[in-house]
Design a protein around this ligand. Sequence first.
Ligand code: DSN
Length: 383
Amino acid sequence: MSKIFEILKKEEKRQREVINLIPSENFVSEDVLKALGSVFTNKYAEGKSHHRYYAGNQYVDELEDEVTELVYRAFDIHKDEYSVNVQPYSGSIANIAAYFGVLNLNDEVLSMSLEHGGHLTHGHSVSITGKVFEFEHYGVGEDGFINYDHIQEIAKRFQPKLIIAGTSAYPRNLDFKRFKDIASSVNALLMADIAHIAGLVVGGVHPSPFPYADIVTTTTHKTLRGPRSALIVSRKNLSESIDKAVFPGIQGGPHMNAVAGVGVALEEALKPEFKEYINQVVKNAKALADELKKLGFKLSSDGTDNHLLLIDLTPMGLTGQQASDKLEKEGIIVNKNMIPFDTRKPWDPSGIRLGTPAVTTQGMKEEDMIKIARKIKDILAKP
Ligand code: DSN
């Protein structure tokens, strides 16, 4: 057997045997894998549908049109109001393209800080985004919840061109209407980065960013349960420059096999079973949070509304790295994460982030979450 396939088999076995609580990971269906491994990987298709640089794209066009249509249906939006770009390779590229589509270099942007649950591409100093635009950040209050009055104050002083409503480690619902009111009050555009919660939005268990956001970016491989790829949805007047920023601005030929996989995932997300699945994801996260609290763990914002939660390990005298290592030895995979107001650094922060999308795909329910919480407690309490 080829060495690569040997490695692949080992990874398959690892994924089967561990309890995966990384909130940004999931298990795709066999059909998504088939589409990803399909002959669409053989084709170059620079340009958008029906405007390609290469010949032979009639089925690629049909595919891109169909996936675009599925995005409209999944998010319940209309093509007269919004345009869709299904080509970004991944979430970071989608965000960078959105910025270059609507901003000039050094323009002001207001977003959540990484330390409080934002994302590197929301203007962290180590990301290209933080080097070419001028970011200022908002965060959460002492209670772990976003303080919208504070965002309003910063916006008034800072006068951003763009406000980002988006998180990668925030366990509570976002109030997109409130974000829009703040953005409108300073004539800023609103961008929602729903990478983590896209599946919750499609399944109706998190408020939708539509019709409030002017731009919505998302990855497709987290709660949406598709392949590693991304989408940009934007108001029609913004789409031409955003499309140009994706290609030729940043990318070359789109990965049409990934786009095919996204289409299959969206077909699946439009089925009633997906609603059940995503409801269970949220119920499982609550059950996990409740049991962890009963066992004495300190959770950021004292709980969760969505698919993830953050444990502050400071009271246990452990760091995120130590906890993640101890859990991995016993087959539980989590990721170390900063907690709001963390005094430690990202490489060895004070918390861990846990989520339920992957274990829910495997069929786990609330009673399993209770067992997992107790196992986590036992493992972390051991010297
Ligand atoms: N790496 C993703 C996450 O885990 O949230 C964000 O890009």
